[in-house]
Design a protein around this ligand. Sequence first.
Ligand SMILES: O=C(O)[C@H]1O[C@H](OP(=O)(O)OP(=O)(O)OC[C@H]2O[C@@H](n3ccc(=O)[nH]c3=O)[C@H](O)[C@@H]2O)[C@H](O)[C@@H](O)[C@@H]1O
Length: 432
Amino acid sequence: MPSLEEELFPSTPGKFKIDRSHNTMNRQFHRCFASTSTMFLWALFLIALTASYLSFQSFVDSGSRYLSASWGGIQWEKQVRNSAQIHRQGGMSVLVTGAAGFVGTHVSLALKKRGDGVVGLDNFNTYYDPSLKKARKSLVESHGVFVVEGDVNDARLLNKLFDVVAFTHVMHLAAQAGVRYAMENPGSYVHSNIAGLVTLLEACKSANPQPAIVWASSSSVYGLNEKVPFSESDQTDQPASLYAATKKAGEEITHTYNHIYGLSITGLRFFTVYGPWGRPDMAYFSFTRNILQGKPITIYRGKNRVDLARDFTYIDDIVKGCVGSLDTAGKSTGSGGKKRGPAPYRIFNLGNTSPVTVPTLVSILERHLKMKAKRNVVDMPGNGDVPFTHANISLARRELGYKPTTDLQTGLKKFVKWYLSYYGYHHGKAVN
Ligand SMILES: O=C(O)[C@H]1O[C@H](OP(=O)(O)OP(=O)(O)OC[C@H]2O[C@@H](n3ccc(=O)[nH]c3=O)[C@H](O)[C@@H]2O)[C@H](O)[C@@H](O)[C@@H]1O
């Protein structure tokens, strides 16, 4: 005969002996209890199984993130913190997005050299030769600027950066640049210039303290505007390219973050920036390469055979405008995602105020390179280009002390010198 204990807690769950000597009610009670405890044990087993699966999954997730992501960890945080250290009284700590880009490199160096803390962020995409971006990264890192490899669309990374450093300013230069490439790859413009911008603004909005933001808009927002020179108060609702449209959208999007969350915003409309360490996709750069290699260059011409013209602006002047914007930005007023008062919202033209035609640009390059270009002049295709740009810079002069000092002759001379030293030049042929 089984003991009472054996009957109440059968040693083999789900299996119990039928004792015909017990009455029917007793049997039913036992059966019911045994099946309930079986279910209970099964349920426990399933819960344990699910819990261990989930924790294994999260272990795998975080493990693979640390293995695949190039950021995170104690050492990484230390590098970020060191790079953000301020070394002058009243200095700022700046997150520079697009730090391995053309303008980002120069601005990072200028800030670091005067003692500000700078942390760079760049996704090193392949829109143009990433080895040039890596070389720029080495340059800024040799001056103590740590560049994080990551995308402005990565909200977790941005939040982490703001956890590690209380940035006072963000210099947002990461973008999909280039006017004509927008017809080939429209999605990349939406990804970087719209989605990436919003992700960055969300991180800035939530950061405590909120940083002030200075970011790169573009002269292309003036689109088909015919009134010259272009002033910030002019109409900008006729963009000629998707690139221009995303930059214009950026101006509207940043306005809403200023209005709702109290973020201090300064948008800079850059006018065809050129110089050493420049972008290979831009005309002055690709013309130089082709002239040196004896290849033809295509020069677009506007309606009625009118030459296209640009208000080419030298990089050092642009850097002064960027730094001046950071210095005068004024604080963001929000905290905890809530606006506490009105914050500055500013837009400035950063141009040179002296447009030069594209054929003249080519002539200057020919002089500096001591080589003739093989010119192939064609009518401007409908590719998003505008016929001319010309900046009115009175506002930037007044508010930022912006005063460009480098003309195209001088600036291109410096560019050519850099180009030849970077790529090399042997017997009339550039290496590369
Ligand atoms: O200022 C700006 O807002 C813009 O300046 C440049 O855009 P863009 O002025 O078109 O500069 P380039 O691509 O260097 O072109 C300069 C001029 O050369 C012309 N060009 C370009 C390429 C070419 O093969 N042939 C040619 O004649 C273009 O039509 C344009 O008139 C940058 O590429 C944009 O990222 C920036 O936002």
